[in-house]
Structure formats: structure tokens, C-alpha cells
Ligand binder design. Structure first.
Ligand code: FES
Length: 119
């Protein structure tokens, strides 16, 4: 497994992301969600759009008509090409859990965010 230094922790605050040019075409997006780091391949499994450059969204749930609740703010990424949505923490598509985008392990070591890639 190889390591890639993404940034200093202070340079990627909560709610921010950074796309790094590793892991093949499109690179990998690294996200800070409330102080925890997650990484997704920057290629949408639908038609290959730049998924990690889409809008960050909450998870919107509805238990009955006209009742809408917003949960997990900024934990969902919406692809800008055709609006498919994915859970950043797991890579799973919201509307069909059989679909997912590749995820990668991320750690913090000595104030640096480290992305771990298979060699
Ligand atoms: S390419 Fe991402 S939703 Fe179509």
C-alpha cells in the first residue's frame, strides 16, 4: 500500500474537500466531515462525471407527505452531471445501495492527512 500526503489538517477544515491527482483518471477527492476524513474516487459510477466536485448536501428524509427532515449535513455528494447522490462515508448511492463509488482509507499522522492507495 502506498501513501500520499494530501494536506496539513489545518488546510482542509470541516466542510471542505480537496481532489488530488492520484489513483488514476480523475484523481481522488478527500473530504473533511466534522473533523473526520474520507476519500472517494473522483469518477461517478453512472457515466464517469467528476463526482467529488459536486455539491455537498444533507441527507433529506421524509416519513410522510410534506414532512421533510435534513440530517447529516454535508455528508452527501451530488454528482453535477445527472444529480446522483452518494454517501461520502461509505460510497454507497442513496437511491440504490447496490451501487457505490470506490472509497479509500485516510489517516491523520503528525498533522498531515494521509491517503492510502493499493500499490
Ligand atoms: S455521471 Fe454522475 S450522475 Fe451521471
Amino acid at each position: 500500500m502506498s501513501r500520499y500526503v494530501v494536506a496539513k489538517v489545518e488546510d482542509l477544515p470541516p466542510g471542505e474537500r480537496k481532489v488530488v491527482p492520484v489513483g488514476g483518471k480523475g484523481g481522488i477527492g478527500v473530504f473533511n466531515i466534522n473533523g473526520e476524513f474520507y476519500a472517494l474516487k473522483n469518477m461517478c459510477p453512472h457515466k464517469g462525471g467528476p463526482l467529488c466536485q459536486g455539491r455537498l448536501r444533507p441527507h433529506i428524509v421524509s416519513s410522510e407527505t410534506y414532512q421533510v427532515k435534513y440530517e447529516r449535513d454535508n455528508e452527501i455528494i451530488k454528482c453535477s452531471w445527472h444529480q446522483w447522490e452518494f454517501d461520502i462515508k461509505t460510497g454507497v448511492a442513496l437511491y440504490d445501495s447496490r451501487l457505490r463509488v470506490r472509497t479509500y482509507p485516510v489517516t491523520v499522522e503528525k498533522d498531515e492527512i494521509i491517503l492510502h492507495l493499493e500499490s
